[in-house]
Design a protein around this ligand. Structure first.
Ligand SMILES: O=C(NC/C=C/[C@H]1O[C@@H](n2cnc(C(F)(F)F)c2)[C@H](O)[C@@H]1O)c1cc([N+](=O)[O-])cc(O)c1O
Ligand SMILES: [Mg+2]
Length: 214
């Protein structure tokens, strides 16, 4: 049977990116997705905004919802200070398998813990099972109709603290209207929109950065 897009992307990374060199993995994926076949990675344009926010926050504990092929896991983890860690959640076993190999190829396996399962199941386990007190940074890039319920769940599980930064991909395309309405109208968040473009295209998209006020 024909290979999947994530499998073809991994093959390309192993053929073209230097092992242990996170930047070459990022560049290889972006070149492939721009030149050969589009994939739903956050990409280079929105990715540099992600980089900027991660550097500002310099999180000890970061959470990513929606690993896919591991592109943004690599972007985030390469910027983490020593001892800091990224937990990334992926629902699809095949994607998780590809992502682990991409993260390993980038040499970042010691800073990234990939959890397979549904956010609704895994978020309530973060404290007990993964020793998380509160989260410093959250990147939301999974199913767009899950951004709001999962944010409410993070609140209810007391995993947010004053200053926790949530950064959401795709708030314009495909769009996350209920999430955007919530973080922009809630007195518990200070929200800011970063205008950009949908990965590898000229379509409008952007990231919403929301600081939890406690
Ligand atoms: O649909 C998009 N993304 C959906 C992304 C979905 C990814 O998140 C995983 N997930 C599901 N639940 C969880 C968790 F963590 F909850 F368990 C993780 C899914 O298995 C998938 O790998 C998308 C679409 C476009 N586009 O242009 O169509 C552009 C983009 O940047 C996108 O992110
Ligand atoms: Mg996305």
């Amino acid at each position: 049977t024909r290979s999947t897009r994530p499998q073809r992307l991994l093959t390309h990374v192993k053929q073209r990116a230097r092992r242990g060199d996170a930047q070459s993995v990022i560049t290889t994926i972006d070149d492939y997705c721009r030149a050969r076949e589009w994939a739903m990675n956050v990409g280079d344009e929105k990715g540099s905004i992600l980089d900027q926010v991660v550097c500002e926050v310099s999180p000890d504990v970061a959470l990513e919802l929606g690993t896919y092929c591991g592109y943004s896991s690599v972007r985030i983890a390469r910027l983490l200070p020593p001892g800091a860690r990224l937990l990334t959640v992926e629902f699809n076993h095949d994607y998780a398998t590809i992502a682990r190999e991409v993260i390993d190829w980038a040499g970042l396996q010691d800073r990234v813990q990939l959890l397979e399962g549904a956010s609704g199941d895994l978020i309530p386990q973060l404290r007990q099972k993964h020793g998380i007190e509160t989260l410093d940074f959250i990147f939301l890039d999974h199913w767009k109709d899950r951004y709001l319920p999962d944010t409410r769940l993070l609140e209810d599980c007391s995993l947010l603290r004053r200053g926790t930064v949530l950064l959401a991909d795709n708030v314009i395309c495909p769009g996350t209207p209920d999430y955007l309405e919530y973080v922009r109208s809630s007195p518990r968040y200070q929200s800011q929109y970063f205008s950009s473009h949908l990965e590898y295209t000229r379509a409008e998209d952007g990231l919403e950065k929301s600081v939890f006020l406690g």
